[in-house]
Write a protein that binds this ligand. Structure first.
Ligand SMILES: *[C@@H]1O[C@H](CO)[C@@H](O)[C@H](O)[C@H]1NC(C)=O
Ligand SMILES: *[C@@H]1O[C@H](CO)[C@@H](O)[C@H](O)[C@H]1NC(C)=O
Ligand SMILES: *[C@@H]1O[C@H](CO)[C@@H](O)[C@H](O)[C@H]1NC(C)=O
Length: 140
């Protein structure tokens, strides 16, 4: 493990010679994921799992958020999948809240991945300001 961290340190030092690469490397290493209940009426129930952890079941009140930090693995994919349900309805959807590829493409700039559950759909943002519709609700 120490060897691994030394290796990472060495690589990041070498990359720091190149401003663009080090920027990318720095921000693409550790992330924070946020899942926010922006539904107007319902609580939001989330069940999230990764390969290593069951993040458990959480019920969020209006305006509440569930957040966790996550690091990309040096080897292999890191993936967190959540089942997201509007409490008391048949609206559910399964969303990839984090994968290496998704984080590389969408969360690098800020190191943050924001998910907002709204009445009409689930939205994504990396800065908590500009939102895009990302997943539709499905009815079961
Ligand atoms: C999400 O829902 C699917 C379909 O009902 C189920 O197979 C899966 O185990 C659920 N995942 C979690 C993390 O609860
Ligand atoms: C979503 O909830 C957050 C946290 O309470 C709040 O700051 C934000 O303004 C809400 N966004 C919308 C679109 O309602
Ligand atoms: C999600 O819903 C919108 C509006 O109903 C629709 O235009 C869009 O095609 C849907 N997206 C998917 C992936 O089903």
């Amino acid at each position: 493990m120490n060897c691994l961290f030394f290796f990472i340190f060495l690589i990041s030092f070498l990359l720091s010679q190149s401003p663009t690469l080090s920027f990318h490397f720095y921000f693409c290493w550790r992330f924070r994921v946020h899942i926010i209940n922006n539904l107007s009426l319902n609580n939001l129930v989330i069940d999230c799992i990764s390969a290593d952890d069951d993040l458990g079941r959480h019920e969020l009140w209006w305006g509440e958020e569930f957040t966790f930090k996550i690091g990309q693995r040096p080897i292999g994919d890191t993936r967190v999948v959540c089942n997201v349900t509007k409490f008391g309805s048949n609206h559910i959807t399964s969303i990839n809240v984090f994968t290496n590829g998704f984080a590389d493409d969408h969360c690098c700039k800020t190191g943050q991945c924001y998910w907002s559950a709204r009445d009409d759909a689930i939205y994504f943002s990396n800065n908590n300001k500009n939102w895009n519709r990302w997943y539709n609700w499905t009815s079961v």
